[in-house]
Design a protein around this ligand. Sequence first.
Ligand code: PMT
Length: 417
Amino acid sequence: MNEDDSYSATEPGPLKNRTVILGVCGGIAAYKACDIASGLRKAGATVHAVMTPHATSFITPLTLQTLTRNEVHVHQFDEGGHWKPEHIELAQKADLILVAPATANTIAKLANGICDELLTTIIMAAQCRVMLAPAMNPHMLDHPATQFNLGVLQHRMRYEIIPPDIGEMACGDYGAGKMASVEGILATVASKLMERSNLTGKSMIITAGGTREPIDPVRFIGNRSSGKMGVAVADAAHARGADVTLISTVHVERSYPVVVVETAQEMQEAVEAEFDTCDALVMTAAVADYRPIVVSTHKIKKTESEDLVLELTKNPDILDLLGRVKRKDQVIVGFAAESEGLLSNAQQKLKRKHLDMIIGNDISVPDIGFGSDYNAVVILTAEGQRENLPRMPKRAIAEHLLDLLAARLENVQKAPV
Ligand code: PMT
């Protein structure tokens, strides 16, 4: 067996489904980033290395590329032909960013919001946890500017510093500034990533996007859902180890199964095909309540008449149907998009559709809900609990929802059936 293959396909590592961005800065400790990259990958994580240009003076991108089995990113504007800027794409993929070694220079940039190269730009664009393992000469670490910058970052929500060790430096000086041991860094990162592993082995269906009900080959009845809320829930569930199936009207490329559908009936079929074997269903999709009775096979022509009357018929209510037949050990969660009477309408839907939870959002508020990266919601449970979450990124809402869902699944699956 190759040194690098200690976890086989049948024995996935504990960090399976976790994506780590390994930031490497220009310092002699950069060579230890190779062992970190290798350790993370052996533990099952997907690792994307991002090097500062200075780091390439110490180790080559090829070394990290071989160890991570992924392309290594160095320069800010190498977009590689992708339509989405590299820093945004990588930032969205990450469950955690580890910068090891983190130099005084990069720490100063992060403390001051300077993004003049790819690594700092990715960190600014990401919403996940950032762990920094400083490594530098003891006088540089002790310098008031570095101490001030570390203090600034320590007080920021997403940042965590892995303290450097005391020892002899490569330059011959002795003191604090030696990067923490590779084993220590790997253990800290793993425990951070495993904190949220509470959906391992659970099977989840998540729906996303707005259905389209065809009128003719050109036109359809649709809505403004972008699928972002559903994809945020699916990504977060996948990162926690769940076996996710995303049923979506919007095509996204993911490492978990994505079933692309168009109409409410197609969505119903896809959800029902998986429902029996799932532990939880989360319906963020905006499903059309009605569809045209007749779908014209030809493009409908403009006629002399001023009016065109479309006759509509009711679509199946997927949640309503499944809420009636769900087993006691399954959890189903709905979303409610309301432009008025948020609380009372969400409460009614929770009850009528036999849901365990409903997440209500007021779509009349600008810059949340449809199409936005943000949402503000009220969460209602079947037992009458209520919680308001203020405006925050959809991924943060998804994480909170999954905390509640995981606790709920644990209870219902422990209870005698
Ligand atoms: O996709 P984004 O741009 O990120 O926007 C997110 C969102 C605003 C779409 C999302 O947060 C949201 O509110 N989703 C629910 C939208 C909706 O259709 O709500 P509703 O009140 O019409 O339906 C209530 C629930 O029943 C929903 O879970 C819906 O999926 C489900 N439903 C509705 C109709 C139907 N025929 N079958 C259903 O299962």
